[in-house]
Design a protein around this ligand. Structure first.
Ligand code: DGL
Length: 288
């Protein structure tokens, strides 16, 4: 998967001028599909390549240096496919590695994802917001800075909740199992009891549990209370990508057939099934 940096710089120069080149998207596993679905909808003429690092998931409790090394290796892989843009569709990898990725590929259109604290601050009435994310995301410097900045600007209180094991439930396809419900009960109940009226989905796996999260939050909120707001940033990431492609003159404008291909470091059938069940898509999947 790795290549020399020099080869990649050559690949980058070639792809930077090519609006027809694909966009790379990766996550620790299946979570990034919750971002890909918005990108595919907003940019229907773009070629998309998806990499699920399911063989190494979850990322949530890995060390920062491991996450940096892994993210760079995946970026190198995408550069060999001549991508014109890269979306780190993983909050955990973004928090740990976006700086290192920008340093290695300073000219690449590169987008990360982070928990939507700002949109949540605009929605809350109680001024208390629960943030569901991985341990690594919540303990990162990047999240700490963002939290400080948004709380100072909007006087809201954030309640960070590390959801250990939750991304794994999505990886296993357990979107509504008793074990998933039990985990969500444990994580959500204390947030609502402390007055949160808004929950941020700070991990790209969690949008696939959104209906369940809403139901559980509402149970604890009480029947006649206003609905809990749920914040997912997938659509705004896709908008951001669109803007950057336009600014860099990189938007593909061909009517010729578009391409969607997927790669996994885990089980090929699992990714094929996830595409079909979660997005009703069936791209060719290669296990690497
Ligand atoms: N989907 C990832 C995120 O957004 C990470 C989940 C995991 O692998 O722990 O943080």
């Amino acid at each position: 998967m790795a290549s020399t940096h020099q080869q990649n710089v050559i690949a980058l120069n070639a792809s930077m001028t090519n609006a027809n080149a694909p966009i790379g998207i990766f996550d620790s596993g299946l979570g990034g599909l919750s971002v890909l679905r918005h990108i595919a909808a907003q940019l229907p003429k773009e070629h998309l390549l998806y990499f699920a690092d399911s063989g190494f998931a979850p990322y949530g409790e890995k060390s920062t240096s491991w996450l940096i090394e892994r993210s760079l290796a995946i970026a190198d892989f995408f550069m060999q496919q001549n991508v014109k843009a890269l979306v780190v569709a993983c909050n955990t990898a973004t928090a740990a590695a976006i700086k290192a990725l920008r340093a290695r590929y300073p000219d690449l259109v590169l987008i990360g994802v982070e928990p939507g604290l700002k949109p949540a601050a605009a929605l809350t009435h109680s001024k208390i917001i629960g943030v569901l994310a991985t341990e690594c995301t919540l303990s990162s410097e990047k999240f700490t800075q963002l939290r400080k900045q948004i709380s100072a600007a909007s006087q809201v209180t954030f309640l960070p909740q590390a959801c250990i094991g939750l991304a794994d439930q999505v990886e296993k396809g357990e979107l509504n199992s008793p074990a998933t419900i039990a985990l969500l009960q444990t994580y959500i109940a204390p947030l609502i009891q402390q007055g949160a009226d808004t929950l941020v989905l700070g991990c790209t796996h969690y949008p696939f549990l959104q209906t369940l999260i809403e139901e559980i939050a509402q149970q604890h909120q009480g029947k006649n209370q206003p609905a809990i707001h749920i914040v997912d940033t997938g659509a705004s990431v896709a908008r951001h990508l669109t803007r950057l492609l336009i600014e860099n003159n990189l938007q593909r404008d061909h009517d010729a057939r578009i391409k969607l291909e997927a790669y996994t470091s885990g089980n090929k059938t699992v990714l094929e099934d996830a595409f079909l069940t979660l997005l009703q898509l069936h791209p060719p999947v290669t296990a690497i």
